[in-house]
Design a protein around this ligand. Sequence first.
Ligand code: ADP
Length: 659
Amino acid sequence: MIAKLLIANRGEIACRIIRTARRMGVKTVAVYSDVDARALHVELADEAVHIGPATPAESYLNTGRIVEAALKTGADAVHPGYGFLSENPGFVEAVEAAGLTFVGPSASAIRAMGLKDAAKQLMERAGVPVVPGYHGEAQAVVVLASKANEIGFPVLIKARSGGGGKGMRKVDDPARFKDALAAAKSEARSAFGDDHVLVEKYIAAPRHIEVQVFGDNHGNVVHLFERDCSLQRRHQKVIEEAPAPGMSDEVRAAMTEAAVKAARAIDYSGAGTVEFIVDGSGPLSPDGFWFMEMNTRLQVEHPVTEAITGLDLVEWQLRVASGEPLPLTQDEITMNGHAVEARLYAEDPAKGFLPATGTLHHIAFGGEARVDAGVRSGDAITPFYDPMIAKLIAHGADRSEALETLASALRSTHVAGTVTNAPFLAALATHEGFASGEVDTGLIDREIAALTVPLPMTEEVVALAVAALVGVDLEAPYAGWRLWGEASRRVRLVHGGETLERRLVLPGDGSCIVEGGERPLRLREIARDGHHMSARIGETGERIAADVVTWAGVDGQSASVMIDAATHVLLMPDPMAVAAHHGDHGDAVLAPMTGIVRAVHARRGATVEKGDKLVVMEAMKMETSLTAPRAGRVEAIFCSSGETVEGGAVLLRLEEVAS
Ligand code: ADP
């Protein structure tokens, strides 16, 4: 067995691999970039090695630094996770050349499946059904256009080096073919440095069903059933499940046999996934599926397979890489119940799923789902990496039970400090059509408006936010306020760009009243226990509860009120703070956006002139110099080189120079 494993990855997958390795008694080595110095995967591993700056090309994609880290720490194997170097045959060769074991398939197997056109030719020869289309060498517009006509519209143009849905264009109308081709090629050129494309028949109402396969170094190949990944947005998986809804024994037998054939054709070893596109216009049929591509690594969605088989796929990977035969034969692998996975992202569904960043002031998961997360409270989602926060995996006796468990886990997922897609995922998990097995890749687009309706904010939420932000203490109702001689105060809040004016009144009878909304609301028995807050509210005195997290930012105090699937963020602006931090006469130098501090030129106590360079930051791959807004003395420095800072964070404060 491998004795010490280096994980050439970060985030949730690095954490997940470390957990299994630890259970098996395998020592672990994490690698990390500047911004990940305090990341969870670094904390979980036995050892950690710094491999470079935040930019992936200089760290997580830096083969030389990673191999060096493995040799230096005495690791004997390298697990690539998914993404980054996981499907890079050059990396496999570098790892093996250093005398280390690569946890995954051979470089030649990865190469065989690396280009979509070559992979399709290979699969055709192996007797695996492939999507009808042209995947030859010719790239001339006239040739491709005439092939498209032969195939019949609509067609799909795909980059052979493609991934993540890039370089892909659906064409309905022959007159549009030329333009779409040019667009696909230019996208492919900039994303993959290769503009070679193939043209495929566009499958109407397609479903995406993939088969998990596993091979070892002794010629054995098995499958671990299928996963349905049809719920996609922009060709990206959103919710995955196993087994596939509507799957029959006959179709399963045909698909898994084709997948095993595909793996055998390239002497596959380790975990792999054979992806099929499936005609979803009617019931599944044994001749209604076609090979799309093979992913020669562990997939993001592997936990749904683990949930239905009860197996640990990372354990299997480590055993196979150590030279052991597969732990089970095909007959011994069984399936139980149904599993669903949702990918929780820092992104804003209301703004076209714009990726978000921010510090996770609070993160908590409830319910019965398995949670694979790579972050914890206090960590930041930075612009450098994929903004996935966690994966939630629910298992049930049947599909509806699994979906119910997932929905309830999503509703009790509370994240403060960044916007997430949790409400969108919860809406999907309870979507009627999806629940009834209507699963095709177009479902999300068709229903997008209904799935992204913002959850309304009630006056109860406002009242809780007011009480939390002001710090109402009903046990000592006049503490502090009596200074002003008044038992009421104005509270101004900002929510989603809108200003809410309220008045908080303390009548002195052990309650408080929040006035100014649609109706005044009385709160009694406010209880706060950590992030949990509850109160009796309104005339009925019904107890409401929420997770409420407050934090101080540059423009005032904010509160995230998390109730059911919704998170409402309310800011109580502090005019003093805003004035102090902005403008020519400001005392503070703020980070203009989330990024890394590259250099701190300022020294505490030093006098500076207006315009002097104080801090250099790197954000969005660009360096920005932050200069003194005015002359003064450096009173305090709140950042250090290499640290990630959130947009708006105070980096440094100036004081007046006494004259
Ligand atoms: P990528 O490698 O960029 O992810 P894939 O070939 O895996 O590209 O396809 C991604 C998604 O695009 C599939 O899951 C499916 O939703 C859609 N797709 C791919 N090929 C076809 C096709 N021939 N017809 C219809 N949809 C397709």
